[in-house]
Design a protein around this ligand. Structure first.
Ligand SMILES: Cc1cc2nc3c(=O)[nH]c(=O)nc-3n(C[C@H](O)[C@H](O)[C@H](O)COP(=O)(O)O)c2cc1C
Length: 325
Protein backbone atom coordinates (compact mmCIF):
# COMPACT_ATOMS: atom_id res chain seq x y z
CA UNK A 1 0.00 0.00 0.00
CA UNK A 2 2.81 2.42 1.00
CA UNK A 3 4.88 1.45 -2.07
CA UNK A 4 1.85 2.05 -4.28
CA UNK A 5 1.28 5.47 -2.69
CA UNK A 6 4.99 6.40 -3.11
CA UNK A 7 4.89 5.47 -6.83
CA UNK A 8 1.70 7.48 -7.32
CA UNK A 9 3.14 10.56 -5.61
CA UNK A 10 6.11 10.60 -8.01
CA UNK A 11 3.67 11.22 -10.87
CA UNK A 12 2.51 14.50 -9.28
CA UNK A 13 4.32 17.86 -9.10
CA UNK A 14 6.83 17.67 -6.18
CA UNK A 15 5.13 20.14 -3.82
CA UNK A 16 1.67 18.62 -4.43
CA UNK A 17 3.16 15.19 -3.69
CA UNK A 18 4.69 16.55 -0.48
CA UNK A 19 1.35 17.99 0.69
CA UNK A 20 -0.41 14.66 0.07
CA UNK A 21 2.35 12.74 1.87
CA UNK A 22 1.98 15.21 4.75
CA UNK A 23 -1.77 14.53 4.91
CA UNK A 24 -1.30 10.74 5.06
CA UNK A 25 1.57 10.99 7.55
CA UNK A 26 -0.50 13.08 9.91
CA UNK A 27 -3.41 10.65 9.58
CA UNK A 28 -1.03 7.74 10.27
CA UNK A 29 0.49 9.40 13.33
CA UNK A 30 -2.99 10.25 14.66
CA UNK A 31 -3.98 6.59 14.32
CA UNK A 32 -0.78 5.52 16.11
CA UNK A 33 -1.46 8.03 18.88
CA UNK A 34 -4.97 6.83 19.57
CA UNK A 35 -3.60 3.27 19.74
CA UNK A 36 -1.25 4.55 22.46
CA UNK A 37 1.85 3.72 20.40
CA UNK A 38 5.07 5.25 21.76
CA UNK A 39 8.53 5.82 20.27
CA UNK A 40 10.84 4.28 22.84
CA UNK A 41 14.58 5.05 22.99
CA UNK A 42 16.71 2.58 21.09
CA UNK A 43 19.60 0.25 21.94
CA UNK A 44 22.42 2.31 20.36
CA UNK A 45 24.03 4.74 22.77
CA UNK A 46 25.79 7.60 20.98
CA UNK A 47 28.06 9.62 23.25
CA UNK A 48 27.92 13.25 22.17
CA UNK A 49 30.71 15.53 23.39
CA UNK A 50 31.06 17.28 25.73
CA UNK A 51 28.55 15.54 28.05
CA UNK A 52 25.44 14.45 26.17
CA UNK A 53 24.15 11.19 24.77
CA UNK A 54 21.51 10.00 22.31
CA UNK A 55 19.78 6.65 22.51
CA UNK A 56 18.65 5.68 19.03
CA UNK A 57 17.05 2.53 17.67
CA UNK A 58 18.84 3.04 14.36
CA UNK A 59 21.70 5.26 13.22
CA UNK A 60 19.57 6.45 10.32
CA UNK A 61 17.76 9.78 10.68
CA UNK A 62 15.64 12.05 8.52
CA UNK A 63 17.45 15.18 7.27
CA UNK A 64 16.12 18.71 7.69
CA UNK A 65 13.60 20.21 5.30
CA UNK A 66 11.08 17.36 5.05
CA UNK A 67 9.25 18.22 8.28
CA UNK A 68 9.84 21.96 8.20
CA UNK A 69 7.11 22.75 10.72
CA UNK A 70 7.60 19.90 13.21
CA UNK A 71 4.20 18.38 12.50
CA UNK A 72 4.98 14.96 11.01
CA UNK A 73 7.94 13.69 13.00
CA UNK A 74 6.03 11.14 15.12
CA UNK A 75 4.70 9.47 11.95
CA UNK A 76 8.17 9.55 10.39
CA UNK A 77 9.74 7.98 13.47
CA UNK A 78 7.18 5.17 13.26
CA UNK A 79 8.69 4.26 9.86
CA UNK A 80 11.90 3.29 11.69
CA UNK A 81 14.08 6.40 11.65
CA UNK A 82 16.25 6.55 14.76
CA UNK A 83 16.09 10.34 15.00
CA UNK A 84 14.76 13.32 13.04
CA UNK A 85 15.75 16.86 12.24
CA UNK A 86 12.78 19.24 12.12
CA UNK A 87 12.94 22.68 10.45
CA UNK A 88 14.59 24.76 9.19
CA UNK A 89 12.61 27.14 11.36
CA UNK A 90 13.15 30.91 11.39
CA UNK A 91 11.91 33.36 14.05
CA UNK A 92 9.15 34.80 11.83
CA UNK A 93 6.94 32.85 9.41
CA UNK A 94 8.10 32.95 5.77
CA UNK A 95 6.44 32.00 2.49
CA UNK A 96 9.76 31.05 0.89
CA UNK A 97 10.71 31.62 -2.74
CA UNK A 98 8.12 31.79 -5.53
CA UNK A 99 6.97 28.47 -7.04
CA UNK A 100 8.02 26.38 -8.91
CA UNK A 101 10.96 25.93 -6.55
CA UNK A 102 11.65 22.22 -6.64
CA UNK A 103 12.53 20.06 -9.64
CA UNK A 104 13.13 16.32 -10.13
CA UNK A 105 16.26 15.65 -12.17
CA UNK A 106 18.00 12.39 -13.19
CA UNK A 107 19.24 10.20 -11.57
CA UNK A 108 16.63 10.34 -8.76
CA UNK A 109 17.97 13.74 -7.62
CA UNK A 110 16.23 16.99 -6.66
CA UNK A 111 17.03 20.64 -7.13
CA UNK A 112 15.34 22.82 -4.54
CA UNK A 113 15.07 26.56 -4.18
CA UNK A 114 12.61 26.55 -1.27
CA UNK A 115 13.97 29.47 0.79
CA UNK A 116 13.02 28.39 4.32
CA UNK A 117 9.23 28.37 3.90
CA UNK A 118 7.99 27.69 7.43
CA UNK A 119 5.34 28.61 9.98
CA UNK A 120 7.75 30.55 12.22
CA UNK A 121 8.97 29.95 15.72
CA UNK A 122 5.70 30.46 17.61
CA UNK A 123 3.71 27.81 15.73
CA UNK A 124 6.75 25.52 15.51
CA UNK A 125 6.97 25.64 19.30
CA UNK A 126 3.24 24.86 19.56
CA UNK A 127 3.66 21.86 17.25
CA UNK A 128 6.55 20.49 19.28
CA UNK A 129 4.50 20.80 22.48
CA UNK A 130 1.60 19.03 20.80
CA UNK A 131 3.49 16.15 19.17
CA UNK A 132 6.54 15.55 21.38
CA UNK A 133 4.84 13.62 24.19
CA UNK A 134 5.56 9.89 24.07
CA UNK A 135 8.53 10.42 21.76
CA UNK A 136 11.84 9.46 23.34
CA UNK A 137 13.85 9.38 20.10
CA UNK A 138 16.11 12.41 19.55
CA UNK A 139 14.43 15.34 17.80
CA UNK A 140 16.88 17.99 16.59
CA UNK A 141 15.75 21.48 15.63
CA UNK A 142 17.41 22.88 12.51
CA UNK A 143 17.41 26.66 12.88
CA UNK A 144 18.01 29.51 10.44
CA UNK A 145 17.67 33.23 9.95
CA UNK A 146 14.82 35.08 8.26
CA UNK A 147 15.49 36.28 4.72
CA UNK A 148 14.83 39.90 5.79
CA UNK A 149 17.33 39.78 8.65
CA UNK A 150 20.63 41.33 7.57
CA UNK A 151 23.69 39.11 8.05
CA UNK A 152 25.12 41.34 10.78
CA UNK A 153 21.97 40.71 12.88
CA UNK A 154 21.71 36.99 12.05
CA UNK A 155 23.04 35.94 15.43
CA UNK A 156 19.89 37.41 17.04
CA UNK A 157 17.67 35.11 14.95
CA UNK A 158 19.64 32.01 16.00
CA UNK A 159 19.51 33.11 19.63
CA UNK A 160 15.72 33.57 19.52
CA UNK A 161 15.29 30.08 18.09
CA UNK A 162 17.54 28.52 20.73
CA UNK A 163 15.83 30.27 23.62
CA UNK A 164 12.36 29.32 22.40
CA UNK A 165 13.16 25.67 21.71
CA UNK A 166 15.83 24.56 24.17
CA UNK A 167 13.36 22.78 26.47
CA UNK A 168 11.52 21.10 23.61
CA UNK A 169 14.26 19.45 21.53
CA UNK A 170 17.23 17.14 21.98
CA UNK A 171 19.68 19.44 20.21
CA UNK A 172 20.26 22.07 17.53
CA UNK A 173 21.58 22.10 14.01
CA UNK A 174 22.71 25.58 13.07
CA UNK A 175 21.97 25.98 9.39
CA UNK A 176 24.48 28.33 7.79
CA UNK A 177 24.65 26.48 4.50
CA UNK A 178 21.34 26.66 2.64
CA UNK A 179 21.98 27.96 -0.89
CA UNK A 180 18.50 29.53 -1.00
CA UNK A 181 18.73 32.39 1.50
CA UNK A 182 20.89 35.23 0.17
CA UNK A 183 24.02 35.76 2.29
CA UNK A 184 23.40 32.77 4.57
CA UNK A 185 26.44 30.81 3.41
CA UNK A 186 28.71 33.78 4.18
CA UNK A 187 28.07 32.88 7.84
CA UNK A 188 30.32 29.85 7.30
CA UNK A 189 33.23 31.80 8.75
CA UNK A 190 35.33 31.58 11.89
CA UNK A 191 34.26 35.11 12.88
CA UNK A 192 30.56 34.14 12.80
CA UNK A 193 31.25 30.89 14.67
CA UNK A 194 33.07 32.89 17.35
CA UNK A 195 29.92 34.89 18.06
CA UNK A 196 27.73 31.81 17.67
CA UNK A 197 29.41 29.77 20.39
CA UNK A 198 28.60 32.45 22.97
CA UNK A 199 24.84 31.88 22.50
CA UNK A 200 24.83 28.07 22.31
CA UNK A 201 23.14 26.28 25.21
CA UNK A 202 25.02 24.03 27.58
CA UNK A 203 22.08 21.69 28.14
CA UNK A 204 21.67 20.64 24.47
CA UNK A 205 24.26 19.51 21.92
CA UNK A 206 24.71 21.82 18.91
CA UNK A 207 25.97 20.96 15.44
CA UNK A 208 26.71 23.18 12.46
CA UNK A 209 25.55 22.20 8.99
CA UNK A 210 27.99 22.99 6.20
CA UNK A 211 27.76 23.28 2.41
CA UNK A 212 29.53 20.92 0.02
CA UNK A 213 30.68 23.92 -2.04
CA UNK A 214 33.25 25.28 0.41
CA UNK A 215 36.90 25.16 -0.59
CA UNK A 216 38.98 22.49 1.18
CA UNK A 217 40.89 25.17 3.09
CA UNK A 218 37.66 26.86 4.29
CA UNK A 219 36.20 23.51 5.27
CA UNK A 220 39.24 22.45 7.27
CA UNK A 221 39.43 25.82 9.04
CA UNK A 222 35.79 25.46 10.15
CA UNK A 223 36.36 21.86 11.29
CA UNK A 224 39.38 22.98 13.32
CA UNK A 225 37.19 25.59 14.99
CA UNK A 226 34.57 22.96 15.83
CA UNK A 227 37.27 20.68 17.24
CA UNK A 228 38.55 23.40 19.56
CA UNK A 229 35.12 24.55 20.75
CA UNK A 230 33.60 22.86 23.78
CA UNK A 231 30.15 24.25 22.85
CA UNK A 232 29.98 22.58 19.43
CA UNK A 233 29.34 18.82 19.41
CA UNK A 234 30.01 18.26 15.73
CA UNK A 235 28.93 18.83 12.16
CA UNK A 236 26.21 17.83 9.70
CA UNK A 237 27.77 17.16 6.27
CA UNK A 238 26.37 18.28 3.88
CA UNK A 239 23.62 20.56 2.65
CA UNK A 240 22.51 20.51 -1.00
CA UNK A 241 25.07 21.65 -3.58
CA UNK A 242 24.82 24.91 -5.46
CA UNK A 243 27.71 24.04 -7.80
CA UNK A 244 26.16 20.69 -8.82
CA UNK A 245 22.88 22.42 -9.69
CA UNK A 246 24.78 25.11 -11.62
CA UNK A 247 26.48 22.36 -13.62
CA UNK A 248 23.00 21.22 -14.68
CA UNK A 249 22.17 24.71 -15.92
CA UNK A 250 20.05 25.86 -12.96
CA UNK A 251 20.60 29.51 -12.07
CA UNK A 252 19.24 28.91 -8.57
CA UNK A 253 18.74 26.12 -6.03
CA UNK A 254 20.84 23.30 -4.60
CA UNK A 255 21.13 19.72 -5.80
CA UNK A 256 20.56 16.71 -3.54
CA UNK A 257 20.48 12.97 -4.15
CA UNK A 258 22.95 10.45 -5.68
CA UNK A 259 25.26 12.93 -7.51
CA UNK A 260 26.10 14.46 -4.11
CA UNK A 261 27.34 11.22 -2.53
CA UNK A 262 31.00 11.42 -3.67
CA UNK A 263 31.40 14.93 -2.25
CA UNK A 264 29.58 14.25 1.01
CA UNK A 265 31.70 11.10 1.59
CA UNK A 266 34.84 13.11 0.88
CA UNK A 267 33.80 15.86 3.34
CA UNK A 268 32.98 13.27 6.01
CA UNK A 269 36.41 11.64 5.58
CA UNK A 270 38.15 15.00 5.83
CA UNK A 271 36.20 15.91 8.97
CA UNK A 272 37.11 12.55 10.48
CA UNK A 273 40.79 13.17 9.91
CA UNK A 274 40.48 16.51 11.75
CA UNK A 275 38.28 15.27 14.61
CA UNK A 276 39.90 11.86 15.21
CA UNK A 277 36.77 10.69 17.02
CA UNK A 278 36.51 13.72 19.31
CA UNK A 279 33.40 15.24 17.63
CA UNK A 280 30.26 13.80 16.08
CA UNK A 281 29.77 13.65 12.32
CA UNK A 282 26.26 13.34 10.90
CA UNK A 283 26.69 12.28 7.27
CA UNK A 284 24.03 13.26 4.72
CA UNK A 285 24.03 13.74 0.96
CA UNK A 286 23.18 11.20 -1.69
CA UNK A 287 22.62 8.16 0.55
CA UNK A 288 20.17 6.00 -1.41
CA UNK A 289 20.72 2.42 -0.20
CA UNK A 290 22.05 0.33 2.68
CA UNK A 291 25.37 0.14 0.84
CA UNK A 292 25.62 3.97 0.67
CA UNK A 293 24.74 4.24 4.36
CA UNK A 294 27.52 1.75 5.16
CA UNK A 295 29.97 3.76 3.02
CA UNK A 296 29.02 6.85 5.00
CA UNK A 297 29.74 5.01 8.25
CA UNK A 298 33.06 3.73 6.89
CA UNK A 299 33.99 7.29 5.88
CA UNK A 300 33.55 8.34 9.51
CA UNK A 301 29.89 9.29 10.07
CA UNK A 302 28.55 8.45 13.54
CA UNK A 303 24.99 8.97 12.33
CA UNK A 304 23.56 9.09 8.81
CA UNK A 305 20.59 10.97 7.35
CA UNK A 306 18.54 10.78 4.17
CA UNK A 307 16.10 13.07 2.40
CA UNK A 308 15.97 12.76 -1.39
CA UNK A 309 16.13 8.96 -1.51
CA UNK A 310 13.23 8.84 0.97
CA UNK A 311 11.20 11.00 -1.42
CA UNK A 312 11.90 8.62 -4.33
CA UNK A 313 11.80 5.28 -2.52
CA UNK A 314 9.47 5.91 0.43
CA UNK A 315 9.39 3.93 3.70
CA UNK A 316 10.71 0.78 1.94
CA UNK A 317 14.18 2.40 1.95
CA UNK A 318 14.02 3.01 5.68
CA UNK A 319 13.04 -0.61 6.33
CA UNK A 320 15.89 -1.82 4.09
CA UNK A 321 18.55 0.33 5.78
CA UNK A 322 17.43 0.01 9.38
CA UNK A 323 17.29 -3.81 9.30
CA UNK A 324 21.04 -3.85 9.88
CA UNK A 325 21.95 -0.28 10.67
C1 LIG B 1 13.16 19.96 -0.84
C2 LIG B 1 14.33 20.07 0.11
C3 LIG B 1 14.25 20.95 1.17
C4 LIG B 1 15.32 21.06 2.06
N1 LIG B 1 15.20 21.92 3.11
C5 LIG B 1 16.22 22.01 4.00
C6 LIG B 1 16.10 22.84 5.13
O1 LIG B 1 15.09 23.49 5.36
N2 LIG B 1 17.17 22.91 5.98
C7 LIG B 1 18.33 22.19 5.78
O2 LIG B 1 19.26 22.27 6.59
N3 LIG B 1 18.44 21.36 4.72
C8 LIG B 1 17.42 21.26 3.85
N4 LIG B 1 17.54 20.42 2.77
C9 LIG B 1 18.81 19.67 2.58
C10 LIG B 1 18.74 18.26 3.18
O3 LIG B 1 18.53 18.30 4.57
C11 LIG B 1 20.04 17.49 2.89
O4 LIG B 1 21.11 18.12 3.51
C12 LIG B 1 20.32 17.38 1.40
O5 LIG B 1 19.14 17.20 0.68
C13 LIG B 1 21.30 16.25 1.07
O6 LIG B 1 20.77 15.00 1.46
P1 LIG B 1 20.02 13.99 0.42
O7 LIG B 1 20.93 13.84 -0.76
O8 LIG B 1 19.79 12.73 1.20
O9 LIG B 1 18.75 14.66 0.06
C14 LIG B 1 16.49 20.28 1.87
C15 LIG B 1 16.55 19.39 0.79
C16 LIG B 1 15.50 19.28 -0.08
C17 LIG B 1 15.59 18.30 -1.23
Amino acid sequence: MLSFLSTLLLKLPPETAHSIARFFLRLFQFAKKICGSRIAPGPFLIKIPPHHEFKVRSRLGLAAGFDKNAEMFPGLLHFGFGFVEVGTVTPLPQAGNPTPRIWRVAPEALINHMGFNNVGLKDFQKNLRKYRSGIEAPVLANIGKNKATPSELAIGDYEQCIQALRDLVSGFVINISSPNTPGLRDLQSVSFLQSLVSILPDDNPSFIKLAPDLSKAEFEELCQFVLNSDRLSGVVLTNSSRSLSEMRGFSEGGLSGPPLLTTSLDWVERARSVFQGRKIIIGVGGVSSLEDAQKMREAGADLVEVYTAFVYQGPRLIREITKTF
